[in-house]
Design a protein around this ligand. Structure first.
Ligand code: AMP
Length: 462
């Protein structure tokens, strides 16, 4: 297996500048294993025979400058303008309509932009994806590589536990790199291996977003090389632990440069002892940033708990879905079989409904999400794993058909609504089988949730 060589056409600088403080500190030792050391690459069996022309996108022609992106200074808020980001990145941030940094961005970016490692306690909905992407993209724009690069050599590696999350992160990365020539690739299970391989071999790999299993396959077969990774992001580390991915992630981390020679950004919604142990092993003097769940989306979400019998749940759900105030709705249930049944019951009653669960093929899930985003599907039934990390800003209602076994999942679920400055509604059904889960949720939220009987209108027979 030979590695293909790419020659970057615009060689603006003759030497690569180190991208982070850790690398800078140890630049002499890194020289021996440099990605740009051709001899070393040849010794590893990577052929420089198969030269290919650079297939990267052309640089944008459009002129843009920051005068078109005016954001007034507000005390206590950080603007992206205050971070001295590269203009192409600022342009994308302006296009996305981001004005001020979210708390995790304001606290982490001043450190991560300097190349420091980070331990971030934060969930989806806090803006953590942009927090790590902005640091990576600004870094790569400030430190382009002008020398020869090989196919499949990733500069940034982002590992996330689920396929949906990987695709969402990649979408965000593409939006933030749209005015640059940086490339974004994804590797996820359940999708065509050869197609992913062709894509990764035909372009340079700047940002690689992947689930652990498929990434390990690519790394083992030497279709992807991780030994030149400059920045590694581990997203939702607690979820990776829960899903049993840690042995795979360990092997992946071992394939990247030593933690002294890479920047590591480690995110988890919770920090149990197990998660802390991993963070200690993989990061180097990290800066800690903590965003508490109650400052997440929950303050924009009106939460209701309806005391229902198990039999009443379907009626109440259908009436909520039919209500004119319900633009769209995600329904969470704990198990795949519950979700499957619920999906069938709703479909039989004429709802336009989609199903997101681990047993649904990836390509179908992507289509379902697209249909939901475009409004062709009004109701989405999802398990926690499949529903986690869905970045859709216009979800009006979330229903917890069954209360989650883990209190943290409640926060994740209701965080699907009330996003991007909009208000949302969450309705949880508490029946005789799951009401006992409420105290743990209230403890996590730090406040009681009012429980009530469902309004008469929602009990109307179907
Ligand atoms: P995340 O926590 O990464 O799932 O992000 C939650 C949502 O917030 C996404 O839809 C982002 O596009 C959006 N977002 C991220 N950063 C900002 C920001 N600074 N201002 C406004 N929206 C943002």
């Amino acid at each position: 297996m030979f590695k293909k060589l790419f020659q970057k056409s615009d060689s603006s600088s003759s030497e690569q500048t180190s991208v982070n403080a850790n690398v800078q500190q140890s630049s002499s030792s890194q020289a021996d294993t440099s990605k740009h050391n051709n001899q070393a690459n040849k010794d590893r069996g990577r052929s420089s025979q198969k030269r290919r022309k650079n297939t990267k996108k052309d640089a944008p022609i459009k002129k843009w400058d920051e005068s078109q992106f005016v954001v007034p200074e507000i005390e206590g808020k950080t603007r992206f303008h205050d971070l001295e980001l590269e203009p192409e990145l600022m342009h994308a941030i302006a296009d996305l309509g981001f004005e001020y940094c979210s708390p995790i961005q304001a606290q982490s970016l001043p450190n991560t932009l300097k190349g420091l490692d980070l331990l971030g306690k934060a969930q989806t909905g806090t803006g953590k994806t942009a927090a790590f992407l902005v640091a990576i993209i600004d870094d790569f724009l400030k430190n382009p590589i002008s020398e020869k690069r090989y196919a499949g050599e990733a500069r940034a590696l982002i590992i996330a536990p689920t396929r949906e999350l990987v695709l969402q992160i990649a979408d965000d990365a593409r939006a933030l790199t749209k005015h640059t020539d940086l490339t974004v690739h994804t590797l996820v299970g359940g999708m065509d291996y050869d197609k992913q391989k062709r894509k990764i071999q035909d372009q340079l790999v700047d940002i690689l977003v992947a689930t652990p299993g498929r990434l390990l396959d690519f790394s083992s077969s030497k279709d992807v090389y991780l030994d030149q990774v400059e920045v590694m992001v581990l997203d939702e580390a607690d979820r990776m632990l829960d899903m049993g991915f840690i042995p795979q992630v360990r092997r992946i981390v071992r394939a990247t440069p030593h933690r002294d020679n890479r920047q590591t950004l480690f995110f988890s919604a919770t920090f149990t002892d197990d998660v802390m142990r991993l963070a200690e092993q993989w990061t180097c003097d990290p800066v800690s940033v903590e965003i508490e769940p109650d400052s997440v989306a929950t303050d924009r979400v009106k939460q209701y708990v309806y005391l229902t019998s198990t039999e009443e749940k379907l009626t109440v759900l259908c009436n909520i879905a039919r209500d004119e105030d319900t633009d769209n709705l995600i329904v969470f249930a704990n198990r795949r079989d519950e979700c499957r049944r619920l999906h069938q019951q709703l479909e039989r009653r004429g709802f336009k409904v989609g199903l997101l669960s681990g047993e649904i093929h990836q390509s179908k899930r992507v289509k379902t999400l697209d249909a939901f985003k475009s409004g062709r599907i009004k109701v989405l039934v999802a398990t926690d794993v499949a529903g986690r990390g869905i970045h859709i800003d216009d979800i009006s209602h979330v229903v917890n058909y069954t209360l989650p076994e883990e209190a943290e999942d409640y926060v994740h679920r209701i965080g699907r609504t009330g996003r991007a400055g909009k208000d949302g509604v969450s309705i949880s059904f508490a029946c005789e089988d799951d009401a006992f889960r409420l105290p743990a949720i209230e403890e996590l939220l730090g406040s009681p949730i009012h429980c009530e009987q469902p309004p008469e209108a929602l009990l109307k027979p179907l």
